[in-house]
Design a protein around this ligand. Structure first.
Ligand code: FES
Length: 158
């Protein structure tokens, strides 16, 4: 797992994505992915703000507005369980409990080996296959205990 990013790596990401305000989201996403801990720390946000000529609070507004971002370290794989109404009706609360049981953590926590963070998310646009969980860019629907078991095994092997 990559270690904390240094300022030269942050500057390189900004340079690569393009030093302009409209690239803010993709810069922050690239930093978060490169962090190895799925987060953007204040130090890095400061560098981005200075490079793009934005205030730190504006960068923080973005980091806190979008649920895909975190300012605190998370696991290598973030499991997001949809809790919007259509998924809730198809028992996403039961699904959350099954994930909790298999991972040995509660929603909002990270496993001790830093592999998984479990959290809730709002609708990810796959309501027809609810209950749904999203891991990175992948969406998993019609979840059952068996499916959850194989999803966890798959990501443990990565
Ligand atoms: S409500 Fe869960 S994906 Fe839409």
């Amino acid at each position: 797992m990559p270690n904390e990013l240094d300022s030269s790596r942050i500057l390189a990401i900004v340079e690569e994505k393009g030093k302009s305000k409209e690239h803010l989201l993709s810069i922050l996403l690239a930093i978060q992915n490169a962090s190895g801990k799925n987060y953007v720390q204040e130090e890095w946000a400061k560098i981005v703000a200075a490079e793009l000529n934005l205030s730190l609070s504006m960068v923080y507004d973005v980091l806190t507005f979008y649920s895909m971002f975190s300012t605190k370290p998370r696991g290598r794989h973030v499991i997001e369980i949809c809790k919007s109404t259509p998924c809730y009706i198809s028992k996403s609360d039961v699904i959350a409990k099954i994930f909790e049981k298999h991972l040995g953590i509660k929603v909002g926590e990270t496993t001790q080996d830093q592999q998984f963070t479990l959290q809730y998310t709002a609708c990810v646009g796959a309501c027809d296959i609810g209950p749904v969980a999203k891991i990175g860019e992948e969406i998993y629907g019609n979840l059952t205990e068996d499916k959850i078991n194989s999803i966890i095994i798959k990501y443990q092997g990565e």
